[in-house]
Design a protein around this ligand. Sequence first.
Ligand code: IFM
Length: 405
Amino acid sequence: MIQFPKGFYWGSAASSYQVEGDNANADWWEWEIRAGKERSGAACRHYELYGQDFDLAQSLNHNAHRLSIEWGRVEPREGKFLQKELQHYIDVIKALRSRGMEPMVTLHHFTNPLWLSSSGGWTNPAVVRRFLRYCDCVVRALGPHVRFWFTINEPTVYFSHSYFWGIWPPQEKSFFKMKAVHDNMQRAHIEAYRLVHRIYKELNIPAPMVSIAQHMQAIVACDQSLRNRMAAGLREYWYNQEVLGTLARHKTLDFIGVNYYSRHLAHVHGRGIGDILGEVCRDNHHPLPKNSLGWAIYPQGLLQVLLSLKKYRLPVMVAENGICTDDDNQRWEFIRSHLENVHRAMEQGVDVIGYLYWSLLDNFEWAEGFKPRFGLIGVDFETQQRTVRNSATQFARVCRTGILE
Ligand code: IFM
């Protein structure tokens, strides 16, 4: 039996674009059309149904919920903020609070307003000023009700998928553009961190907790060859640690949000930068069970990444951890085994303060569409019917008691 401490945050995470529906002012919306991708459409209609979805989360004993603000909704034209949309998010956050859940708010989760992307998006250094103007408006409106902020979700995933691998909008393949986005995102976080703290001081409310949500894979060399070990070391630095290290040096992290899903087995044959940064084992060495998208399930990898954060001496929140699967028994086993490793990390001195499962609902999984089922709660996208899964009930017991049997 494993006992988690009192006051631990238990809940789930989501992002606006993936659940709300009808986010027609986002660059991703336009890309779905242009690239002939599955349309996000009404998604989970969570924009209207959030009250009933939060009733379910409350009934599952969650005491926290991570959501994001859709930038293109609150600022559909540059500099024009819609009070009605800000009020919507205030209502959403109050709906969480009134159900006993701590709202944790992400300011940027992959999508951009169309006006931003059409003027260079995150490659244009003006994005820092633009992001700060948006943060200023949102944080003043929501600040009195929110303590936890994530400025940017998974910057490394965003800049590599969108600007290096070219698989997400705007589908660029340029090391230099990726580097520009990387630099601008770091600057944006650093400035936004300071801004959020300044606003809280001005409003005379208790200091906020600000971080990013950092995507981390358990990077493992496929064998002991120098080439693979060097590739693994380089990727550990570039994908997992570099951004966090910089933000920590600037003293702009109050805690660390970590999103963990899978193992990354580095195996390099080629000599190109893409091979060095991305080539993984294709020969099924060290096989593991997989989720429905083919990602290896590797619970001890969560221990590995949590231990790698110890050096920052900051509280850590597991801001996302989850599995897409059509087998709900596999989902509960995934949660159980990952929680075991969270607890091991705590025993070894990592100050983990919460665990948020990805995701509350089945939702729109970006370029993969609606097929991957990540939800504790199943969604029938024809009828918008919700079905609480058995894994959700098992997890609810842990959320209520803090005990993992
Ligand atoms: O759905 C995504 C989420 O938007 C960011 N982290 C990973 C999840 C699963 O791929």
